[in-house]
Ligand binder design. Structure first.
Ligand code: NAP
Length: 469
C-alpha cells in the first residue's frame, strides 16, 4: 500500500475562467503599487525585455495602472499619465487587472492592499521584507484561503534567487545551516573599515556619500534589516515561523579598527552575519558582527554584495552571491516572480509553497542566545603584570570555556590588550566567566566580545604574544 502523504491544505487547481484570464494571447494586466526605485526598475525591465519575456511566457505583460503618492513627482521611467493614480481602488478593484505587484514598502497600508488583492483572488508579487517578516502567516493564510499566488523573491537579497532555491531547489533537503551577508550597506562599511583602516563613522559617511546608506542608517547598521530578511529565510528553510522579535540582533556600531587588526592577525575578517541553524529541532537565529575565517567563501564578499551560504543534508554546501539591492537587480527578481505568477495563472495552478500553506506551519522554539554555542573572540584591556593571564584563564576554565589561542599586544605599555579565542562554548558560560573576570583588580575592561563562525583561528598551538601569567 502506498504511503500516506500530507495533503496540501488549500485547493490546487483553478480553471482559467475562474481566475479571470479568458483569452490566451492578450497581454496580462499588471497593477503596480509603487513606482519608486523598484517599481521604475520593473517598468524598465518590462519595456526593455518585454519581447523576450513575452516569447518565453507565451503572453505579454502590461502595466495597466501604477499607484503613487504624488502625480507631480518626476519619474525615472515614462508611463502614460493616465496610467498613474493615487487611488488604490483604481487598482485593487479593477476587474481587468490580473496580477498585483506591491513595491511600495512599509507595513501599512502595504499589508492591507496585499490582503485586499489576495481576497479578490489576485496573485500578488511583493518585494516587501517588513510586511512578510511581520505578517507572513496572515498573508499565506489569505493566499491559501482565496487560492491566490504569493511571490516574494525580491524581499531578500534582491536579485539573488535564494528564496526560489530554498523552496524549490532544495525541496528534497533538510537545511542545517544558513549564514548570510544580507545587508549590503553594512558589508560596504565593514569592507571600508577592513581595507582602508577607517573607523565606523568615516566608513558610514562614505556609504552615505555613495548612496548606499540612508540619512537615518539605523535599520541597516543596527542589524534590523538583516533580521527581517533572516526571519523570512529561516522560516522557509526550517518550515516554521520565526518572529523577528525572537532573533538576537546586534549591529556594527561597536566594531573598532583595533578588533579588525587583531582579527586579521588571527586569520579572520569581520562580517555582519545573519545566522540560522537547526540544532536538534530548535532554531538558532541571530544577527551580529562575526569573525569569519579568511578562507571561508563569505570572507571574500566585499562592498555592497550579498551572499548566502547554505548547508543542507543532501546537497552539501552551497553559496549564492550577487547584488542584494538596487533598482534593476531587485526588478529582476520582481519580474521573475511576475513571470511565474503569470504562468501559474495561465495554467490555473498555485505555487507549491502556497499549497504547502506556511500560514499553518508549526512554531518551532527559537533558542535563547545564551544557549547557543560558538567560538568567541574576547579582547580584554588589562594591566601587564604577573598572574593576570592565569587568573583570567582560571575563570574561563571554571566555567567550562576552553581557550584556543591568546595574543597580547603592546607589551610594556599598560594597560595592554589580551585577546582570547575560545573553542566552542555556551554563551551563558562565557558571560559568567566574563562577569568573574571584569571585577579583577588588573582588568580595566572587557573591551569586546565577538562571535566566531566556522574554521579555526590559524595554528591552535600558536600564542602570538607573551602575556605573563
Ligand atoms: N530599493 C531597493 O534596492 C530594494 C531592494 C529590495 C527590496 N526592496 C523593497 O522594495 C519595496 C520598494 O522599495 P523602493 O526602494 O522602490 O521604495 P521607494 O523608492 O520609496 O518607492 C515607493 C513607491 O511607493 C509609492 N508609495 C509609497 N507609499 C504609498 C502610499 N501610501 N500610497 C501610494 N503610493 C505609495 C511611492 O510614491 P511616490 O513616488 O509618489 O512617493 C513610490 O513610488 C520596499 O518594500 C523595499 O524594502 C527595495
Amino acid at each position: 500500500m502506498p504511503g500516506t502523504y500530507g495533503q496540501s491544505t488549500c485547493g490546487q487547481s483553478m480553471t482559467r475562467a475562474a481566475v479571470g484570464v479568458e483569452s490566451v494571447g492578450n497581454p496580462l494586466q499588471v497593477g503596480l503599487l509603487g513606482l519608486g526605485v523598484v517599481g521604475s526598475g520593473l517598468v524598465r525591465v518590462l519595456q526593455e525585455n518585454g519581447e523576450i519575456i513575452g516569447n518565453r511566457l507565451g503572453v505579454g505583460l502590461e502595466i495597466r495602472r501604477a499607484l503613487v503618492r504624488s502625480l507631480d513627482k518626476p519619474r525615472m521611467v515614462s508611463l502614460p499619465e493616465e496610467r498613474l493614480t493615487t487611488n488604490p481602488r483604481d487598482i485593487l478593484e479593477d476587474p481587468d487587472i490580473d496580477i498585483i505587484v506591491e513595491v511600495m514598502g512599509g507595513v501599512e497600508p502595504a499589508r492591507e492592499y496585499i490582503l485586499a488583492a489576495l481576497g479578490r483572488g489576485r496573485p500578488v508579487v511583493t518585494a516587501n521584507k517588513a510586511v512578510l517578516a511581520q505578517h507572513g502567516p496572515e498573508l499565506f493564510r489569505a493566499a491559501c484561503e482565496h487560492r491566490a499566488g504569493l511571490y516574494f523573491e525580491a524581499s531578500v537579497a534582491a536579485g539573488i534567487p535564494v528564496i526560489r532555491s530554498i523552496v524549490d531547489g532544495l525541496a528534497a533537503n533538510q537545511v542545517q545551516t544558513l549564514m548570510g551577508i544580507i545587508n549590503g550597506t553594512t558589508n560596504y562599511i565593514l569592507t571600508r573599515m577592513v581595507e582602508d583602516g577607517t573607523d565606523f563613522s568615516v566608513a558610514l559617511e562614505q556609504a552615505q556619500a555613495a548612496g548606499y546608506a540612508e540619512a537615518d542608517p539605523s535599520s541597516d547598521v543596527d542589524g534590523w534589516d538583516a533580521a527581517y530578511k533572516l526571519a523570512i529565510l529561516a522560516s522557509l528553510a526550517f518550515e516554521t515561523y520565526i518572529p523577528v522579535e525572537s532573533i538576537h540582533v546586534e549591529g556594527i556600531r561597536r566594531v573598532t579598527p583595533v578588533d579588525i587588526a587583531y582579527s586579521r592577525d588571527l586569520g579572520f575578517t569581520i562580517k555582519l552575519l545573519a545566522v540560522a541553524k537547526n540544532v536538534n529541532g530548535s532554531i538558532e537565529a541571530r544577527v551580529h558582527p562575526t569573525l569569519v575565517p579568511q578562507h571561508h567563501p563569505l570572507a571574500a564578499v566585499r562592498d555592497v554584495f550579498n551572499a548566502i551560504f547554505i548547508s543542507a543534508d543532501a546537497v552539501g554546501e552551497l553559496m549564492f552571491y550577487g547584488r542584494g539591492a538596487g533598482s534593476l537587480p531587485t526588478a529582476s527578481a520582481v519580474a521573475a516572480d511576475l513571470i511565474e505568477a503569470a504562468d501559474d495563472l495561465l495554467r490555473g495552478q498555485l505555487p507549491l509553497l502556497v499549497r504547502r500553506n506556511p500560514g499553518e506551519w508549526p512554531v518551532k522554539p527559537v533558542q535563547p542566545i545564551t544557549e547557543t554555542r560558538t567560538r568567541f573572540y574576547i579582547r580584554l584591556s588589562v594591566c601587564d603584570e604577573p598572574g593576570v593571564l592565569a587568573a583570567m584563564a582560571a575563570s574561563f576554565g571554571r566555567n567550562g570555556v576552553s581557550i584556543e589561542s591568546v595574543i597580547q599586544k603592546s607589551r610594556g605599555k599598560s594597560p595592554v590588550d589580551v585577546v582570547f579565542v575560545t573553542h566552542d562554548a555556551r554563551e551563558a558560560d562565557v558571560r559568567q566567566a566574563l562577569r568573574e573576570i571584569e571585577p579583577l583588580a588588573a582588568v580595566h575592561q572587557v573591551a569586546s566580545v565577538i562571535r566566531v563562525e566556522d574554521g579555526t583561528a590559524g595554528d591552535k598551538c600558536e600564542s602570538g604574544g607573551s602575556a605573563r601569567g
